[in-house]
Design a protein around this ligand. Structure first.
Ligand code: HXC
Length: 286
């Protein structure tokens, strides 16, 4: 069933802004990332998504491709913890789709666990998926992003990397103030934020921008299913502590992504864009 466009994209964006551009996204079949990729593809781009589960990845790629006639979306099975697998995925993406102009490091793992019950392996697993995986993603795509910027500069069409050479890392806000049952994720995502800062500093001179998007509680996502109690009372209490009084929509993350990837976001580099209705500014108490 086709996903109605208004569920993943606001109508403020112009069709074709990502024509002939390619997005590489890890964890691209996930509930948030698939909408980010869908928005990019709807606006003219092609994409490659990676994931660990073959069936989910294949189906995710086909679903996203259905958003626009002629769109090319490849699903590649690859574990972000394996640098060689990520390099091979990036190489295949560039070979089959012609380039990598944009990237999203979206693969993540999460579960609630008190520290007392968090094994060393459990902690390491999330550190390896989120932190090492984000580092591997950046390492794998960076040569292609550098190439993308060069290509556009050489074409004489632009002065800056407004139409390529952008990476976004998906993080969380738990480590801004502390959150029980999330020691592994707080440590992993704090490090992800700093990887993005490093990319911003080291690759800025190549015309590349690197930013973080931090989604708040987004309705209908796997993260919310895993992390929040879904009963009416808990939902009401959770919404009450958010300044805007509601959970977010996946489209609000997709819109933020399009902004950072569009010409409108060309001078934004090294920021953490928190898209959470102001939740992280609160004390967390109701
Ligand atoms: C305690 C747990 C656990 C749990 C797993 N482990 N689940 N410990 N409580 N609920 C432990 C295991 O016992 C094991 O430790 C270790 O973690 C590794 O588990 P595996 O299952 O072998 O790992 P793996 O197959 O690699 O799976 C990784 C995973 C899994 C993270 C555990 O949940 C997964 O694949 N998740 C991917 C999808 C996902 O999490 N999406 C949500 C992203 S949401 P031992 O000691 O027994 O060997 C998100 C939201 C961010 O990130 C916030 C936004 C606001």
């Amino acid at each position: 069933m086709p996903v109605p466009r208004e569920t993943f994209l606001s109508n403020v964006w112009r069709d074709g802004i990502f024509d002939n551009k390619v997005l590489f996204c890890t964890g691209g079949a996930g509930t948030i990332c698939s909408m980010q990729v869908r928005a990019f593809v709807a606006l003219g781009g092609n994409a490659c998504i990676t994931g660990r589960n073959p069936e989910k990845t294949e189906r995710g790629a086909a679903d996203i491709a259905s958003v626009r006639p002629g769109a090319k979306v490849i699903g590649i099975v690859a574990d972000v913890r394996d640098i060689k697998a990520m390099e091979a995925a990036a190489e295949r993406c560039a070979k089959e789709l012609g380039s990598i102009d944009f990237a999203i490091a979206g693969a993540a793992g999460n579960f609630l666990a008190p520290m007392a019950q968090l094994s060393s392996n459990a902690f390491r697993t999330v550190m390896e998926i989120d932190t090492l995986g984000s580092f591997h993603t950046a390492k794998a795509v960076m040569p292609y992003l550098v190439e993308s910027v060069k290509k556009h500069k050489n074409s004489g069409k632009i002065e800056h990397a407004g139409t390529g050479g952008r990476i976004i890392f998906i993080s969380a806000s738990f480590h801004f103030r502390g959150q029980p049952l999330q020691a592994h994720v707080m440590a992993a995502k704090a490090a992800v934020d700093q990887i993005s800062s490093s990319v911003a500093m080291e690759y800025g001179p190549f015309g590349i921008t690197s930013n973080v998007i931090t989604p708040g509680p987004i309705a209908g996502t796997e993260g919310m299913e895993r992390l929040s109690k879904q009963d009416e009372q808990s939902t009401k209490a959770s919404k009450a502590i958010i300044p805007v009084g509601r959970w977010g929509e996946v489209k609000e993350i997709a819109d933020a992504t399009v902004y950072l990837f569009s010409d409108a976001g060309s001078y934004v580099n090294g920021v953490v864009l928190v898209v959470d209705g102001g939740q992280w500014r609160t004390t967390g108490a109701d």
